[in-house]
Design a binder for this molecule. Structure first.
Ligand code: 13P
Length: 307
């Protein structure tokens, strides 16, 4: 099935009162785990890969193209609607390469950039992306980030609603990631969300809003956030944790003289990746349900391929 425009599935989510998850994958196993979850829940989904934690040299040496090819080949075999994003590119150049690599949505990680610099780069990205039918996610404001020694607020800034309106107007982005108390990569506690700020942004900005830091986003704030314009939650850290725990328990259960051909790469139940993948699928399914996406499959892709 062809990829579905991100704007199209975010628009349906917004008008029907649910949100989509972007469940960040890092390789074929994790991508497959996300897609399986979406198919089992009969839910549209945003597949993709993020650059934030990935070595820039690897990305620039062909990694972006490899990730794009993997993502497209899974998306094309999907039985649910899929958009494919290259998330948090380090540079404009990487995001542009994401377009050529086959992603149909791209984003630059501009959270630490001066607003004016971000506007210039994101406007240029929108111009190139829109010509190729690719969506662009913008970002204004910088969520705090969890570190080994606690939450680091030193580079954090909340999204200013008027600035957000100007950013969207001047760049032409299709959706906007905001900072309203959400915290990146935090596992052990919930973030405290400023719903009033979200309401003010929603009143001034008409594109769908995006929340990064889905791992620590409080469950109780999900429905209010959706009612205030959020149509996409980005989730990463918790997925790596459940995958890791599954992998660790399968490796620990292997006795002496491991049958490496069954344990690695067999894709059978004996493959050590299977338990990890299944745990990740279970987690993604529960998040899809939390965001109200279960059973929302509309098969925009079938309609597009019939044209
Ligand atoms: P978490 O890792 O906090 O879930 O955030 C993921 C994210 O925002 C990816 O863009």
């Amino acid at each position: 099935m062809p990829l579905v425009p991100l704007q199209r599935i975010l628009g349906s989510a917004r008008s029907d009162g649910y949100a989509l998850g972007y469940f960040e994958a890092w390789d074929t196993c994790s991508l497959e785990a996300v897609l399986t979850a979406a198919e089992e829940e009969s839910a549209p989904v945003i597949l993709g890969f993020g650059a934030m934690m990935v070595d820039g040299t690897w990305l620039d040496g062909g990694g972006i193209e490899i990730l794009g090819a993997i993502g497209r080949s899974y998306a094309e075999r999907s039985s649910v609607d899929v958009a494919l994003i290259f998330n948090e590119a380090h540079t404009l150049d990487q995001a542009l390469r994401g377009i050529d690599a086959g992603f149909n949505a791209v984003m630059i990680d501009t959270h630490s950039w001066r607003t004016e610099d971000a506007i210039v780069a994101v406007r240029e990205l929108c111009r190139a992306a829109h010509q190729s039918g690719v969506a662009v996610e913008g970002e204004l404001g910088s969520p705090a980030e969890a570190t080994a020694s606690g939450v680091d607020h030193s580079h954090a800034s909340l999204t200013d609603p008027d600035e957000a309106a100007r950013f969207v107007e001047e760049t032409g982005v299709d959706c906007l990631a905001v900072s309203v108390g959400n915290v990146h990569i935090m596992m052990d506690q919930e973030a405290s969300i400023d719903l009033e700020r979200l309401r003010s942004i929603h009143e001034r900005v008409d594109v769908p809003l995006v929340i990064h830091g889905g791992t620590s986003f409080p469950r109780a704030a999900v429905a209010p956030a959706i009612a205030l314009g959020v149509a996409k939650f980005n989730v990463g850290t918790v997925l790596k944790h459940v995958f890791w725990d599954g992998l660790e328990s399968s490796v620990r259960s292997v006795g002496a003289n491991p049958d490496v051909h069954q344990l690695l790469g067999s894709h059978k139940q004996s493959d050590v990746m299977r338990i990890a993948q299944q745990r990740m699928t279970t987690k993604v399914r529960s998040l899809i349900r939390q965001y109200g996406g279960s059973g929302r499959q509309v098969m925009v892709a079938a309609e597009l391929s019939a044209r």
